[in-house]
Design a binder for this molecule. Structure first.
Ligand SMILES: NC(=O)c1ccc[n+]([C@@H]2O[C@H](COP(=O)([O-])OP(=O)(O)OC[C@H]3O[C@@H](n4cnc5c(N)ncnc54)[C@H](O)[C@@H]3O)[C@@H](O)[C@H]2O)c1
Length: 250
């Protein structure tokens, strides 16, 4: 039980990678706050965990709103009294050429995929610093390492996430707080289904070019996230682990 007596917050925990991560963390003993913009999904995942004998609460939270994030963290502190693990996973994108995007779209993509991490890390750090323990995993994307055509603003936000994780990892290492990124490649979730729409041929071609010849399962990314959040990764900080079937290698 790697997460016995630990309390974890998982943003975007209502679906895909976040859901699988919430379930795995709970299976290994953590009390999990499943935080999601979609309150129905957040409570469904929390109920799924509770009915399997685990500990979880669902919390509605829009990571683009600093006040929402602060209330979510307060609720978790009021319920469980501590936060040991943050999995900042919420993400969103819509594929389109950069020339067709506008400021409103930039703000939304940057808000969810970059600013959301800032708000969550900023809200949990005071508690982690006080207890001199923390494991923070930011879910980035291979798009942030190598770029993804049609996902320009998203790639920029994910690249910023990776750079931020390294800087904050240096700042808080003295408090035994580790910060790492997990960068999924193509993963079979609702987000990928939305990206596929209208881009089926391109997506099939990309899938064929993956050395392992298939897209990943959310559980496969969740295992890497749990590793980074666990004592197995105590001496790892400021790193980015790609989980991508070999699509990019660096
Ligand atoms: N699926 C992929 O191929 C893929 C590839 C690379 C990176 N990622 C990243 O993995 C992470 C998880 O994505 P997924 O594939 O599981 O997608 P998903 O759509 O299945 O889940 C994303 C969850 O985030 C929630 N969410 C969206 N905006 C939010 C907000 N403002 N506040 C709080 N919650 C919000 C959604 O309600 C949803 O439950 C994201 O950061 C995504 O960018 C996914």
């Amino acid at each position: 039980m790697r997460f016995e007596n630990r309390v974890a917050v998982v943003t975007g925990g209502g679906s895909g990678i976040g859901r699988a991560t919430s379930i795995f963390l709970a299976e290994e003993g953590a009390a999990v706050a499943v935080a999601d913009l979609d309150s129905t999904r957040a409570s469904q995942v929390a109920e799924e965990i509770s009915s399997a004998g685990g500990k979880a609460i669902g919390v509605t939270c829009d990571v683009t709103s600093t006040s929402d994030v602060r209330s979510m963290v307060k609720k978790v502190m009021d319920t469980y009294g501590q936060i040991d693990i943050l999995v900042s996973n919420a993400g969103w994108d819509k594929v389109m050429p950069f020339v067709d995007t506008n400021e409103e779209f930039w703000d939304k993509v940057i808000g969810v995929n970059y600013r959301g991490h800032l708000a969550c890390v900023h809200a949990v750090l005071p508690h982690m610093i006080e207890r001199e323990y923390g494991r923070i995993v930011l879910v980035a994307s291979d798009a942030g390492r190598v770029g993804s055509s049609g996902e320009t603003v998203y790639s920029g936000a994910k690249g910023a996430t990776i750079a931020f994780s390294k800087a904050i990892a240096r700042e808080v290492a003295r408090y035994s707080i580790n910060v790492n990124c997990v960068a999924p490649g193509l993963t079979d979730t609702a987000m990928l289904a939305a990206v596929r729409e209208g881009n089926e041929r391109l997506m099939d071609a990309i899938t064929r070019s993956i050395p392992l010849r298939r897209v990943g399962k959310p559980e496969e990314v969740a295992k890497a996230i749990c590793f980074m959040a666990s004592p197995d990764a105590d001496y790892i900080t400021g790193q980015t682990l790609s989980v991508n079937g070999g699509l990019t290698m660096s």
